[in-house]
Design a protein around this ligand. Structure first.
Ligand SMILES: Cc1cc2nc3c(=O)[nH]c(=O)nc-3n(C[C@H](O)[C@H](O)[C@H](O)COP(=O)(O)O)c2cc1C
Length: 529
């Protein structure tokens, strides 16, 4: 295909600039212009259009610095020696046409230095004419725009990751609904079978696989940054241990993994999904710093930072749960160390890193009132230390007891709102089996009608965070208006960025949950004083 070019008539600059632009430049000072060309940071070349092959007759020091070629190596050659495998043929075709038609032209090309490293060249070519208007030369100005191009590529990569994150979040959400049904009915079926029934062992395997699948969706959500965003608490050691399997898969066989977790460290006021994100991002970073293998050590410990502790100047006094992630990789110099927490800053090859991993870590840690410290030297590995304030103990729901001792039964009236019929069925089954009276609604409108017309008390409403015709939170407000004092339990497989605070009248349970977990939570919410 013949390339199209919007040709401008060869408006070549006259040999002498018009007086308007050189008014204050005395004739003697006109000699400054070559000096200016020599001094400018951009690359500049002049080619001779009257000779075959349009050879270079002048190149400035800026060109030599940019390309690594000396003027001796440059003069007399056509500029195409700067081209290579990734130079865009379409841009070259535009340039060729412009040179043939003696027109001005601007292109962006991938060019190659003498050492064969590449750079993005924003090139502008302009014809120069003699007194008779005949084009005799071209002047070319070369601008290295590689940093801008890289930023653009990182931005596109970050956008791609955002889309992947949304997609993963959505899939995990649907998956959690399915798992609620699979795990729920499996548990319900197990409850109806005698322990020695031949199907019981098989169902127990299904239940165990369902639990593992639930763990996977939790990690997918943490990864896609679409965790429930609840301000809950996490046990740093337990969450770190929980990531071990995934980290092993991520780092591959060449890197040895050592995990040492402390005990009795209290909890931190961060969603467990976010803690997983911190651990995973630091682990990925460590892996990428050890392309030739090494050791990744992850440890957790408890630390007291006393008043005026000299080597903790940037960490305020207090009690902290500490996560330490060290690698034996290539390390960083001071300049890199100073920038690693900046969004989009990455030392990884194009397409490998978003430059968002460490900035996300810092964002989460700062949000929790914590601090991140980095120690690193070139060739001597890197250590990240994350200080998370230990959470002050607050009243929480009793943890479900696997031995089933915790009371799960009740007599109260519960309104269950969920548009997913099988999920609703599991919830209703779980609650009816434990003595509750259950009212069912498929959407907000049905729920409100029931709340207004049901003859008798309703003690608790359970609703998905998103139900048709309203958000769970809005529905909760309307239900409470109809029934003052009504307690609400919101459930969700994924609540996007919504912050869900547990309060005296509102509670939250993440899908997928088992019937026992639901019953335990319901009892706990109803028993809150
Ligand atoms: C003044 C001038 C500067 C040029 N600078 C470059 C350059 O920096 N990089 C490049 O790849 N091509 C540059 N070119 C383009 C090549 O010299 C040549 O025109 C292009 O490769 C298309 O022609 P061809 O098909 O004969 O190779 C420049 C051309 C002119 C006239």
């Amino acid at each position: 295909m013949t390339p199209t070019l919007h040709l401008r008539p060869p408006q070549t600059p006259p040999l002498t600039p018009p007086p308007s632009r050189v008014l204050r430049l005395a004739a003697a000072q006109f000699a400054l212009l070559p000096q200016a060309a020599e001094a400018m940071a951009l690359g500049m070349i002049v080619t001779d259009a009257t000779r075959p092959e349009n050879p270079i007759v002048y190149c400035n020091p800026g060109f030599e610095r940019l390309t690594g070629y000396t003027s001796e190596e440059t003069l007399g050659r056509n500029c195409r020696f700067l081209q290579g495998p990734d130079t865009d043929p379409n841009e070259l075709a535009r340039l060729r046409l412009a040179v043939r038609e003696k027109c001005a032209c601007s292109v962006v090309l991938r060019n190659y230095r003498k050492d064969r490293t590449s750079f993005w060249n924003a090139l502008s070519v302009t014809p120069l004419a003699d007194a008779d208007g005949v084009v005799t030369h071209f002047v070319g100005v070369l601008h290295d725009i590689t940093p801008m191009k890289e930023l653009e590529a990182q931005f596109l990569q970050a956008q791609k990751m955002e889309v992947v994150g949304r997609l993963t979040g959505g899939v995990a959400h649907d998956f959690n609904n399915l798992l609620t049904v699979i795990n729920g009915f499996t548990e319900a079926a197990l409850d109806t079978l005698a322990a020695d029934h031949p199907a019981a062992a098989m169902l127990a395997e299904v239940a165990a696989a369902g639990e593992r699948a639930a763990g996977l969706t939790r990690q997918l959500l943490a990864f896609s940054r679409k965790g429930t965003g609840r301000r809950t608490r996490a046990d740093l050691s337990a969450t770190t241990s929980g990531c071990e399997g995934m980290i092993r898969r991520l780092i591959g066989a060449g890197v040895a993994l050592v995990v040492r977790v402390g005990t009795s460290m209290g909890s931190v006021a961060v969603d467990p999904g976010r803690v997983e994100q911190i651990v995973m991002n630091l682990a990925i970073n460590a892996r990428d710093a050890m392309p030739a293998g090494g050791t990744l050590t992850i440890s957790t410990l408890s630390a007291d930072v006393p008043n005026g502790a000299p080597h903790h100047a940037d960490v305020p006094p207090g009690r902290y749960a500490v996560l330490r992630v060290t690698d034996t990789g290539h390390g960083m110099d001071a300049a890199t160390r100073a920038r690693i927490f900046e969004p989009f800053f990455t030392t990884k090859p194009a397409g490998r890193g978003t430059g968002l991993g460490l900035s996300t870590v810092v964002e989460i840690v700062r949000g929790a009132g914590g601090h991140v410290r980095v120690e690193s030297e070139p060739g001597r590995g890197t250590a990240f230390t994350v200080y998370l304030p230990q959470a002050i103990a607050a009243p929480t729901d009793p943890v479900p007891d696997s031995s089933g001792e915790y009371r799960m039964r009740g007599w109260e009236v519960v309104l269950v709102v969920d548009d997913d019929a099988p999920v609703r069925a599991v919830m209703c089954l779980a609650l009816r089996a434990r003595g509750y009276t259950v009212l069912e609604a498929a959407d907000a409108t049905e729920a409100l009608v029931l709340a207004r017309t049901h003859d008798g008390p309703i003690h608790l409403a359970i609703s998905d965070v998103l139900v048709p015709t309203a958000s769970g939170a809005a529905l909760a407000g309307e239900l409470r208006a109809a029934r003052p004092g009504l307690r609400v339990l919101l459930v969700s497989g994924y609540s996007g960025e919504t912050e869900i605070d547990e309060g005296p009248d509102a509670a939250f349970l993440a899908k997928p949950f088992t019937p026992a977990a639901l019953a335990t939570k319901v009892r706990a919410v109803l028993d809150r004083t």
